[in-house]
Write a protein that binds this ligand. Sequence first.
Ligand SMILES: [Zn+2]
Ligand SMILES: [Zn+2]
Length: 139
Amino acid sequence: MGITEKDLFPKPEWNYVFGLASYEDGVGVTSIYRFSNGYLSESNFNESLERLIKISSHEIGHMFGISHCLNANCVMNGTNSLPETDFHFARACSLCQQKLKSSLHYDHQKRLLDLKQFFEKQHFNSELSRADQDLNLLK
Ligand SMILES: [Zn+2]
Ligand SMILES: [Zn+2]
């Protein structure tokens, strides 16, 4: 997974993209350019990071063979605009998480605890409350 500050255009005649991934090659790339309006500063850092996490998670999902999801609250539901990206959650729905877990075999509870710790540190409060909800479902 590559992350760049350059604006991404898959082909010169195409419009920009937030990110792109290849199922076949298992690679992806995301640009922070549009997330920070072209200039990353202390005041827009957290908002830009949250957008980068959402789009990167989406592209990484593609890298592991997961296609677009119809669930509006899933990170694998595509976005075409920043307001849409901001509205979306940073996490995959339970179905997409199951797909990812079946190919990666990770410890779901440990992952949620690690995410919770990260969201706490970054003060991503809405994501933090969702991680808490997910952890409560495991009890
Ligand atoms: Zn996509
Ligand atoms: Zn999903």
